[in-house]
Structure formats: structure tokens, C-alpha cells
Write a protein that binds this ligand. Structure first.
Ligand code: 5GP
Length: 132
């Protein structure tokens, strides 16, 4: 069965899209741990990130870098952190987490409330700065 991320990639489930090319997509995490929390996902459906072929893993990191640059420009965090866990969705992905202050709790267990309107606004702000 297709993963939830494959359904998003196919356009069967909506998302707040940040960027997309032939091989990757980035969209806001639906249950963010910070405003602008974004997922970078290779379109090829592989569960464990370290099972990605080397070239695809490299491309995923380069795509993530471009998304981080766009987050940094638009939302101006101290920097953008990354988390790789993959315990919930069996489709490799990288969490891109804007870190706004040094004492921020950067944990996937630390969900924050972000309204739908704010998610839309943030997605527009970040995507406007993406240059692939
Ligand atoms: P992990 O697999 O790394 O533990 O986390 C998966 C992440 O995917 C979670 O942070 C969760 O909020 C996010 N997520 C799960 N389902 C959806 C969805 O349908 N849409 C979006 N945008 N994010 C999702």
C-alpha cells in the first residue's frame, strides 16, 4: 500500500507545499514542532533513510540544503536543524526544524499549535525563497 507521503506526492492528499522537483518534494509537517517545520521527502518510496542509494541520499541532502536556505531567508531562525527519525511514516524523510532561540525544545515530541491560516502563510513565505 502507498505511504501517506506517496499519496501527497500523487496529489491524492493535500499538503502545504514548499518545493518540488522530479525526485523530491518538501511540504510543511501537519503536526509541527515549530513554525515552518518542513519535511523533505524523496519521491521514491523507501522506508529507511539509510537504505537510500548513495546518489539519492546525496540529492536528498542537497534538496534539504536548498529548503533550509529558504527557511533561513524567510523566517529568519537562528538556524535550521534537522532530525531524522522515521518511526511514524515508513517513507524516508528529513525533518527541517527552524530554531528560533537557544532554549527551544527541538524534539519531535514537542508539538506546537499552528493555525491553518498561519500554515498557509508560512508555506507561501518559504516557497517564495526556494531556488532549486
Ligand atoms: P517520523 O516518521 O519521522 O517519526 O515522523 C513523521 C512526521 O510526518 C510527523 O512529524 C507527522 O506529523 C508527519 N505527518 C504524518 N502524516 C502527515 C500528513 O498526512 N501530512 C503531513 N504534512 N505530515 C504528516
Amino acid at each position: 500500500m502507498a505511504t501517506i507521503f506517496t499519496k501527497i506526492i500523487r496529489g491524492e492528499i493535500p499538503c502545504f507545499k514548499i518545493a518540488e522537483n522530479e525526485t523530491h518534494i518538501a511540504f510543511l509537517d501537519i503536526n509541527p514542532i515549530a513554525e515552518g517545520h518542513t519535511l523533505v521527502v524523496p519521491k521514491k518510496e523507501i522506508d529507511y533513510v539509510f537504505d537510500l542509494p548513495d546518489d539519492l541520499l546525496g540529492e536528498t541532502m542537497v534538496f534539504a540544503k536548498k529548503v533550509a536556505e529558504a527557511i533561513d531567508k524567510s523566517l529568519k531562525p537562528l538556524r535550521t536543524g534537522v532530525i531524522v527519525e522515521g518511526l511514524e511514516v515508513p517513507h524516508a524523510h528529513i525533518h527541517m526544524v527552524p530554531i528560533y532561540h537557544e532554549r527551544q525544545n527541538v524534539s519531535l515530541r514537542n508539538k506546537v499549535e499552528v493555525s491553518r491560516g498561519k500554515m498557509e502563510e508560512i508555506a507561501k513565505q518559504i516557497s517564495a525563497e526556494v531556488s532549486l
